[in-house]
Design a protein around this ligand. Structure first.
Ligand SMILES: C[S@@+](CC[C@H](N)C(=O)[O-])C[C@H]1O[C@@H](n2cnc3c(N)ncnc32)[C@H](O)[C@@H]1O
Ligand SMILES: [Zn+2]
Length: 371
């Protein structure tokens, strides 16, 4: 029912798909323990991140098979705590700890509800990782309290449909924020998630700042720095605000203010407001370039390079959309970037979409570069 696989230099037992029988309604039954091979990139980045920030005590709160925490223990040399509420998962984690020779120290395994695990170990972790099914919201408060005075949080969200505005009420209920449909929906979703953690931190006098953030089709992932103190908390809140987007002409603007007040675009269209969301930088370039120097696989290098090259200012223009509004055929992104740079603007690609351009140029100037 289980087989051994390896990711980098770590080995673990994972469930064999289809080995657990079939459902009455047809199809394979879900294995009792979760393991997703597509998250290998995510786990590799976790290892690079821990090495880049100098290691420390790592809490894998929703550990599943233990794959991530074990890789951090073996490949980044960190003491790890592996916890899961599911006793089948914990049995498998124990087998995996043994398989990697970590049973005599290096890995502590517990079978607790994630929030209880974090609150019982409040203030103990240099890094606390939240990797749930769906939304991380139920675990954010305890995760903030579990962090050391100077710690980090890792947050994965797979409820991308809610965060990207397919289900706006679900987003509002969970994240207390208004999402947006259209070209900017994924960046808005990632910034709503970041903004939510920042706001939850502020109420405990914790300053929270994203240091690495990315979106893929299946999940959103944030690494955030946590610092104690009223000043740190207030400073983080200064980078919160709203986006205004006109779906008529695709112009956008953002404001660091408390409540949205603008409603009309200069084209006459109605502005849609999204937020509150994080408007500060999504990445710490020092950490990113250290991680890039450790990357070996092409997919790791590609993602880290794009993130490193991405301008830190929020949002972007969808070149296909702008070209179609102008009635011209869409030029290659590289050509648009070059045109904008030649005119003295900053411009970069974005990892959110292959047809996006981040720039400090106005929509009018982007149109000029395209015509
Ligand atoms: C997405 S999986 C984790 C995958 C793992 N991080 C990896 O890299 O393979 C989510 C895990 O959370 C566990 N879980 C769900 N609710 C929980 C809770 N309230 N407390 C602790 N664990 C929980 C599930 O049993 C499952 O193993
Ligand atoms: Zn407009």
């Amino acid at each position: 029912m289980y087989k051994i696989i390896s990711e980098s230099s770590t080995q673990f037992y994972v469930p064999v798909l289809g080995a657990f029988g079939s459902r009455v309604s047809g199809g394979d039954r879900r294995p009792p323990v979760f393991y997703n091979s597509h998250m290998c990139l995510n786990r590799s980045l976790m290892v690079f991140f821990m090495r880049a920030v100098g290691g420390g005590v790592f809490g894998d709160v929703l550990a599943g098979s233990g794959a991530k925490g074990l890789r951090v223990a073996l490949e980044a040399g960190c003491p790890v705590f592996l916890n899961d509420a599911n006793s089948d998962a914990v049995d498998l984690i124990r087998r995996n700890v043994e398989l990697n020779g970590l049973e005599d120290g290096g890995a502590v395994v517990t079978n607790l509800d994630g929030n209880r695990f974090m609150l019982e170990n409040a203030g103990e972790f240099d890094f606390i990782d939240i990797d749930p099914f769906g939304s991380p919201v139920p675990f954010i408060d305890a995760a903030l309290l579990a962090s050391k005075k100077k710690g980090f949080l890792g947050v994965t969200a797979t409820d991308t449909a809610a965060l990207s505005g397919v289900y706006p009420m679900t987003c509002f209920r969970r994240y207390l924020a208004q999402p947006l449909r259209g070209a900017l929906c994924h960046e808005v979703g990632l910034r709503i998630l970041a903004g939510y953690v920042v706001r939850m931190g502020a109420k405990y006098d914790l300053g929270v700042v994203p240091v690495l953030s990315h979106y893929t089709r299946h999940y959103m992932r944030l690494y955030l720095k946590v610092r104690r103190g009223v000043n740190a908390a207030s400073k983080s809140l200064q980078d919160m605000g709203f986006l205004y987007y006109c779906s008529e002409c695709s112009v956008y603007s953002y404001l660091r203010e408390e409540f949205p007040s603008k409603t009309l675009c200069s084209c006459g269209g109605r502005l849609k407001a999204a937020g509150p969301l994080w408007l500060g930088s999504l990445h710490d370039r020092r950490i990113l370039s250290d991680m890039l120097s450790m990357a070996e696989q092409e997919n790791e290098k590609k993602l880290l390079t794009t993130l490193l090259d991405e301008l830190s200012q929020p949002f972007f223009y969808d070149v296909h959309r702008v070209a179609s509004d102008l009635g011209v055929s869409s030029p290659k992104i590289e050509i648009v970037l070059e045109q904008l740079r030649n005119q003295g603007f900053a411009a970069s690609r974005t990892h959110f979409t292959p047809v996006g351009v981040k720039t400090d140029a106005s929509l009018k100037d982007v149109k000029k570069a395209l015509s």
